[in-house]
Design a protein around this ligand. Structure first.
Ligand code: AMP
Length: 415
């Protein structure tokens, strides 16, 4: 997002809290000034507010889910500051799976058969009624880890006990949602919203599992590409009508003023597309493939989203296919080492129509080192998927760090 915002002629100064080693290297197109990383955590709302006031920040853009759920938008607005993102009530679409499941039921949005529970016995009864083939989800925010896929009643009972009784995910698991297990192709949708209008992006597909062939543990996402061939334009319009129309009607009725990105995770089942969950922000790594294709000025779009004037904008997309391959630390999504020196970044960064987005990186003197699970989002865009994939993997091959792990099959399903 910082990379795209920095390209805007409207951006004259840009700060990122807390940022990373790559963000600190970005330069503004307008005046060549460097993006400044500010050492404030994304959840330290009082410090973020003080910083925005002191530096007369004209627009604050919220990236991650936690500060939205904590009410950063409400706090900034109360203090007369301009900020982009859903307020606390609207952010419940992501911060409370019980809220969004009830909303979908009330407004007829296609989703999995589901129930919400705080009592383990009632939850087990419902899981048994699904034959145990179900997905047990902590209702609150759990870093994308609070979703347990179960193949039978014994597994489901254990998942229910782990979350509701043993409190494996703490307060995020005070309630659970149990959904029937849906089979099909999973895709991601994004729509930018201003409370009245929702503009749908093209499709993208994430790869959630850690290993090739969709094996291994669920992660935050190991790679993406956009667009996907699994929904035609006509089908995408139908999906928009069946999901976004009732969603907007529901928001109006419930007085939810939704300014931000709505990101539904979708399963394309035999019985049609069904919503698995809603997120209330840009996805990672979906953003990497969307913003490398978006031709609009992002500052203008975000301002229109804040002002309620999105109906006056047409989203324009580069017809190229964009592919992002995530390079992760060895061991991720479980424990992994930090501080591994990363080499080859300059060489990879010089390749045409290629961008190496940093995630968990930090600076250590002259070196750039790993500092998180997902380290880099190596992204390339080309005329077709095969060429974009080859280009992304060619860039990956230039980059080394001890224990680097990445999937070799990003986009393979679409080939
Ligand atoms: P969520 O955070 O709710 O999207 O769940 C994380 C991942 O679990 C999703 O991206 C899917 O791959 C999988 N998943 C979630 N719900 C279901 C479901 N009802 N049926 C099948 N897979 C699911």
């Amino acid at each position: 997002m910082v990379w795209k915002l920095a390209q805007s002629p409207h951006a004259t100064q840009l700060w990122c809290a807390p940022g990373n080693a790559g963000i600190g290297l970005e330069r503004l197109a307008k005046n060549g000034s460097a993006v400044q990383c500010v050492n404030i955590g994304a959840e330290d709302l009082p410090k973020l507010l003080a910083f925005a006031k002191e530096n007369r920040v004209e627009l604050t853009v919220v990236g991650p889910d936690n500060p939205l759920a904590m009410g950063i938008v409400d706090l900034f607005k109360k203090n007369g500051l301009r900020i982009w993102g859903p307020n606390q009530k609207a952010a419940q679409f992501e911060s409370s799976k019980v809220f969004s499941q009830n909303f979908m039921a009330k407004y007829g949005i296609p989703t999995a058969k589901a129930g919400s529970f705080s009592d383990a016995a009632a939850a087990k009864k419902f899981a048994a009624s699904l034959g145990g083939k179900c997905v047990v989800k902590a209702a609150g925010l759990a870093l994308g880890k609070g979703v347990l896929i179960c193949q039978g009643t014994a597994e489901a009972d254990k998942a229910i006990d782990d979350i509701l009784v043993a409190k494996k995910f703490g307060a995020a698991g005070a309630d659970i949602v149990i959904q029937e297990f849906l089979e099909g192709m999973e895709i991601s949708l994004h729509a930018i919203c201003d409370g009245k209008t929702a503009k749908l992006f093209p499709t993208s597909q994430d790869h959630k599992r850690a290993e090739d062939g969709d094996k291994g543990l669920n992660t935050g996402g190991m790679g993406t590409y956009s667009p996907t061939p699994f929904l035609s334009d006509a089908e995408l319009t139908r999906v928009s009508n069946s999901i976004l129309k009732p969603w907007l009607r529901g928001c109006a009725e419930e007085k939810i003023d939704y300014c931000g990105i709505l990101y539904p995770g979708l399963m394309l089942t035999k019985a049609g597309p069904k919503v698995l969950e809603f997120n209330a922000r840009f996805g990672d790594p979906e953003t990497q493939v969307y913003l490398t294709r978006l031709e609009n000025d992002l500052v203008e779009l975000l301002n229109a989203s804040v002002d309620g004037t999105l109906d006056k904008h047409v989203l324009r997309w580069n017809p190229a296919v964009s592919v992002c391959v995530v390079m992760a630390s060895g061991g991720y999504p479980e424990s992994y080492p930090k501080g591994k020196v990363i080499s080859g970044l300059d060489e990879a960064g010089k390749l045409p129509d290629t961008k190496v987005f940093h995630a968990g990186t930090a600076r250590n003197g002259d070196q750039i080192v790993t500092s998180g699970g997902r380290v880099l989002g190596v992204t390339a865009w080309r005329a077709d998927l095969r060429a974009a994939r080859d280009a992304a993997y060619a860039a990956v091959s230039r980059i080394q760090f001890d224990g680097a792990h990445y999937r070799r099959d990003i986009g393979a399903k679409a080939l």
